[in-house]
Design a protein around this ligand. Structure first.
Ligand code: GLC
Ligand code: CA
Length: 553
């Protein structure tokens, strides 16, 4: 089925770090408004904005204390309404983050819920008795330690899959679901164009709340009891029928672990659940023994195999989101590319490899400039609750990593890498703020910034602009069939797309090695886009981090 959200390119704004309009060091809504023309020129269709709601900011807004209020840091509801209007007047849609697996512990519902066992809001959250003076079970929080927090007032524990200040909502409770649907309708009636649904596959839990056995450590990841749970599809269908189906909107679910079959259930055309999903398998290929904190070198064959599994798996039903970066991932050019000599080429190469796949591409703020990871000297440079909890767990308590090893992991993969301020120009603080930024700006902003790249026709920014234009012009890029070539090649990621008699060949080099590549039946084709300057011949020379897209004539 052809539909607008398949033909769109989405840009993610992390508001805290995007643009500060009033000098308090924190990005805000007026800042976003001031950059709408920049985004329009880039060519994107939709902006997904990470949470703008009222929040104590334990997890930068993913802990919401009021779903229908704008955080004072970001502005007012009038500012938001203006943003929506200004975006729509430029033909840009706005997608909001929907964080309903949990709230903040400062949400009114939770403040009530924790007061007493018979409070009307008690069952809005998941409360359990302790076992032998300990937590109700051995589930681990995704942010380290136990997933249960003891609460003195009632001598019971509440569940928090993330930080202890993010209590999980009880979706078994019909009243909770109705409250959420009501809130969603309120936003949709304002005219927003959809939701990105935070960890949405975790809202239905297996109700037995049993220990995970055998236990190889004190706390065990509970995902088999908390991901894609028994009532997940029932809840999403209910949400769709009661809310989403009444509006022409798109949804993307953050689905942290699922099979192809499950992905089809979430996003299949006749399922009435979600438009598309974010799954993370391709982001897991370089994780080591302690996950992201001990990365291993990229194995390109593994990455290609995984991307191909998802391309083929959802070829005829369901829909993929395409992304390298977001606010939870390090910068891709630092991760799978190169930040020295081949910085520019590798950033363009990575963009090419991703944007010619089938699915809806996402660009995370600064990715279009090739923004890189930050260099964190010490923990004081870090801001993210995940870093502090993991450090405490791995270095201080379990002592499985040294301080140096952990700092290496933080530099490679911490979420803070994505959250340094956007680099607009080469003035103080990269033009992000007139004040003191809430988080340090990457010192490389003198070299890497939007102003410079807008003025340079060979820049990464202009390359992204062209990728977006091509997607808008050529249905083959949206709807064409994908096929992997050279599946065992250690350095080259090569694939074709095919649609209504047209054919594209995409060649990307993930290494500094050079190759001669025989184009076979693309030998008299046309070069659509490349980071190299070549003539199409029977055999072309592939440069380090080269990217070539050839249209068959
Ligand atoms: C999602 C968000 C992440 C947040 C977590 C808890 O994974 O992307 O930033 O910390 O959910 O809400
Ligand atoms: Ca501000």
């Amino acid at each position: 089925m052809k539909i607008w959200w398949k033909e769109s390119v989405i840009y993610q704004v992390y508001p805290k770090s995007f643009c500060d309009s009033n000098g308090d060091g924190i990005g805000d809504i007026q800042g976003i408004i001031s950059k709408l023309d920049y985004l329009k020129d880039l060519g994107i269709d939709i902006i997904w904005i990470s949470p703008l709601y009222e929040s104590p900011n334990v997890d930068n807004g993913y802990d919401i204390s009021h779903y229908q209020a704008i955080s004072k840091d970001y502005g007012t509801m009038e500012d938001f309404d203006q943003l929506l209007k200004e975006a729509h007047s430029r033909n840009i849609k706005i997608v909001m983050d929907l964080v309903v697996n949990h709230t903040s512990d400062q949400h009114q519902w939770f403040i009530e819920s924790r007061k007493s066992k018979d409070n009307p809001y008690r069952d809005y959250y998941i409360w359990k008795e302790g076992k032998d003076g300990k937590e109700p079970n051995n589930w681990a929080s995704i942010f380290s330690g136990s997933a249960w927090q003891y609460d003195e007032a009632t001598n019971m524990y509440y569940l928090h899959l993330y930080s202890s200040k993010q209590p999980d909502l009880n979706w078994e409770n019909e009243t909770v679901r109705q409250e959420i649907y009501h809130m969603m309708k309120w936003w949709l009636d304002k005219g927003i164009d959809g939701f990105r649904m935070d960890v949405i596959n975790k809202i239905s839990k297996v109700q037995t709340y049993e220990d995970i056995l055998p236990a190889s450590s004190k706390y065990m990841k509970p995902s088999r009891y908390t991901s894609n749970g028994p009532r997940i599809h029932e809840f999403l269908k209910e949400m769709n029928h009661q809310v989403l189906s009444h509006y022409d909107v798109m949804t993307v679910g953050e689905i942290t672990a699922c099979s192809i079959a499950q992905a089809k259930q979430y996003t299949g055309e006749n399922e009435d659940e979600l438009s598309m999903l974010f799954q993370f398998e391709h982001m897991d290929v370089d994780l080591g023994k302690y996950g992201k904190w001990t990365p291993i070198p990229l194995d390109l064959v593994k990455l290609k195999t995984n991307l191909t599994k998802w391309q083929e798996g959802l070829a005829d039903d369901g829909w993929n989101s395409l992304f390298w970066d977001n606010h939870d991932q390090p910068r891709v050019v630092s991760r799978f590319g190169q930040t020295q000599e081949y910085w520019k080429d590798s950033a363009k190469m990575l963009a090419t490899a991703l944007h010619f796949l089938k699915g809806t591409p996402y660009i995370y703020q600064g990715e279009e400039l090739g923004m890189t990871n930050y260099h964190f000297e010490s923990l004081e440079d870090c801001k993210d609750v995940e870093v502090f909890n993991a450090y405490k767990d791995l270095v201080e308590e379990r002592q499985v990593l040294t301080h140096e090893e952990m700092m290496k992991g933080i530099n490679a993969n911490s979420r803070d890498n994505a959250r340094t301020p956007m680099q607009w120009d080469d003035s103080t603080n990269a033009g992000f703020t007139q004040g003191t930024p809430w988080m340090k700006v990457n010192p490389n902003y003198h070299k890497i910034n939007a102003k410079q790249q807008i003025n340079d026709s060979t820049s990464i920014y202009h390359y992204y602009q062209k990728l977006i234009q091509l997607r808008h012009q050529m249905p083959i890029i949206v709807y064409g069939k994908y096929e992997l070539l050279e599946k065992d090649h250690p350095d080259l990621f090569v694939y074709t797309r095919e649609y209504q008699g047209e054919k594209l060949l995409v060649i990307t080099n993930f290494s500094t090695h050079e190759y001669d590549y025989d184009l076979h039946d693309f030998s008299d084709g046309k070069l659509l886009i490349s980071n190299d300057d070549i003539k199409i011949n029977k055999v072309i020379h592939i440069k380090p981090y080269g990217a070539y897209v050839i249209k068959k004539s």
